[in-house]
Design a protein around this ligand. Structure first.
Ligand SMILES: Cc1cc2nc3c(=O)[nH]c(=O)nc-3n(C[C@H](O)[C@H](O)[C@H](O)COP(=O)(O)OP(=O)(O)OC[C@H]3O[C@@H](n4cnc5c(N)ncnc54)[C@H](O)[C@@H]3O)c2cc1C
Ligand code: SF4
Ligand code: SF4
Length: 399
């Protein structure tokens, strides 16, 4: 159902034609027309000077909440290995399933999932749904979203949890739109109302100043993502699960079609993942001065088991690749410890790292804004401090 055009109001300025990201609008001999490729995104409405465009009334689909049961976890895997966040979600998912007196399932999509299955055998999961096909070797958000949507429509789970990983963030919103339900991203706490089944999804809001608990009372399934390392990893069972039900799901051929062809997977993607999921980040800014300053930070990161991050100033200077940039136009990170070395603390940098559990700032300028956000501040030249920290860390490692 496309956007509605009031041809009496339209002055044929073509503003909407130029802005539509889907090329759905065209000005022809009989005026403006909109094709079925329109996704009702609403962008064109904002640019129309004569308010000639409106979204059609889409009747709200009635659903019976009682048709939906069970808790599912999206079993993200890469090259056959489960992402650690899945084991974290199994812990919280099991608790939700216990409260709702329902089953806990994991859905995994890929090519060869034997290793995924072998891992899940050791965890308290009731149902395992495996969607395997050679075409699913590489992650493709379009196809994976089609397949997960097909399964949700068939089995009707009440709750779906996924890691807020790079892939989770790309997949789960697509699925939520397809099944027309709500999604709460980056939850830090999950609980369930045992009577209504409403998922209580708690996450920081307004820049982390308040914690909001969000419910999705009228739609099912309820979908939430959780960042890696927020929840406790589930403990493995003392012996392999004996009653797990494993279902191999044949993908619909129509759902395997995609507009995207994966030609290659580039290494920098892995670097980015490392950054967003790292427990310790050693980030450098303009104060690092040169690429060789980053070699020093790399040594420090290596000895404490961290990875390198950077401010935009350091990236723009060409000292580190963009995949390392933290901030508004880079990555949002949430490590246990964030070392900000020679970084002033501009707001665009802060938005990407201020939810780190511990922030350690090293800066020559005692008035640098970063100190307002740091748990530990060292007013000093980083080239004096970092070598001392390396020596200290090396001594601790040797002990
Ligand atoms: C639309 C927009 C988006 C942006 N997105 C991002 C983003 O995603 N990420 C980002 O980081 N920035 C972003 N920026 C840029 C941001 O505004 C800042 O310019 C940038 O973060 C500054 O980087 P910096 O702190 O490394 O450099 P500076 O602000 O120049 O700070 C360098 C700091 O190093 C200290 N210093 C110097 N030498 C030493 C030394 N030897 N030892 C210790 N300290 C030392 C100085 O005292 C200073 O505080 C964005 C800007 C805009 C307009
Ligand atoms: S609603 Fe979105 S997709 Fe539809 S015509 Fe307008 S801009 Fe294009
Ligand atoms: S922006 Fe409005 S007035 Fe201009 S062509 Fe589109 S519908 Fe007509």
């Amino acid at each position: 159902m496309p956007v509605v055009i009031d041809k009496d109001l339209c002055i044929e300025c073509e503003e909407c034609v130029n802005i539509c990201p889907f090329g759905s609008l065209e000005l022809g001999p009989s005026g403006l027309e909109c094709s079925d490729t329109c996704t009702l995104c609403g962008i064109c409405l904002d640019v129309c000077p004569s308010e000639a465009l409106t979204l059609p009334d889409v009747p709200e689909e009635e659903i019976d909440l009682k048709d939906y049961k069970d808790v599912w976890i999206y079993g993200e895997q890469k090259r056959g290995s489960l992402h650690p966040v899945v084991l974290e979600l199994i812990g919280v998912g099991r608790e939700l399933a216990r409260k709702r007196n329902c089953r806990l399932g994991v859905v995994s999509i890929g090519n060869r999932l034997d290793q995924v299955l072998a891992t899940l055998k050791h965890y308290d999961v009731d149902d395992i749904f495996l969607i395997q096909h050679q075409q699913l070797k590489d992650y493709n958000s379009e196809i994976y979203a089609n397949l997960l949507t097909d399964l949700i429509r068939e089995k009707k789970p009440e709750i779906i949890l996924s890691g807020a990983t790079l892939r989770g963030r790309s997949l789960i919103p697509r699925v939520a739109v397809k099944v027309r339900t709500g999604l709460t991203a980056d939850c830090t706490e999950l609980d369930v109302d045992e009577n209504t089944g409403n998922l209580l999804q708690t996450r920081p809001a307004f820049g982390g100043n308040i914690m909001a608990t969000i419910e999705c009372p009228n739609r099912r399934p309820q979908m939430a993502t959780v960042r890696p390392r927020v929840m406790k990893t589930a403990s493995p069972l003392p012996s392999p699960h004996k009653n797990q039900v494993v279902q191999n799901i044949d993908p619909l051929l129509s759902s395997l079609r995609s507009e995207t062809e994966i030609l290659d997977t580039v290494d920098s993607l892995k670097e980015t993942e490392d950054l967003t999921e790292a427990g310790i980040i050693v980030a450098g800014g303009r104060g690092v001065g040169a690429p060789k300053g980053f070699r020093l930070l790399e040594r420090f990161a290596k000895v404490i088991g961290g990875v390198i991050g950077a401010s935009r100033a350091a990236v723009d200077a060409g000292w580190v690749p963009y995949s390392r940039q933290v901030g508004q136009t880079g990555r949002t990170v949430h490590p246990d410890i964030y070392f900000a070395c020679g970084i002033s603390g501009a707001v665009q940098h802060l938005v990407g790292m201020q939810s780190s559990k511990i922030i350690v700032a090293i800066n020559k300028d005692k008035d640098a804004p970063i100190f307002n956000y740091a748990d530990y501040g060292i007013v000093a030249d980083m080239f004096e401090v970092i070598p001392e920290l390396i020596k200290y860390a090396e001594r601790r490692v040797k002990r």
